[in-house]
Write a protein that binds this ligand. Sequence first.
Ligand SMILES: [Zn+2]
Length: 110
Amino acid sequence: MATPNTEIERLLRDRLAEVQERIAELAKAPEPGSGIGFGKRIGDGTSEAISRRNDIGVGNSLLVTEEKLTHALAKLDEGSYGRCDHCGDPIAPGRLQVAPESALCIDCAR
Ligand SMILES: [Zn+2]
């Protein structure tokens, strides 16, 4: 039982909006040390630096996710959604269910 494309598109767009919202939040996050914005105070410089680095890591992975979602929507548009970008084989429905933004089959993603 395949998920209808309209359903997938809505799901992808929802996720995209969510990711873009988080990116916007990170972009306007206060500088470390200001003591606001993260719901907790950071004591020393080391954990502050780590926290800052984590924010950047989160930001990067959000950008990657955003790109994947945009790509998945484009594939949906051109009718190649659910097919592997690399080998053209169908992507397992279970994989798409877990990660609807997948553009590679399990074999090619390895
Ligand atoms: Zn493949």
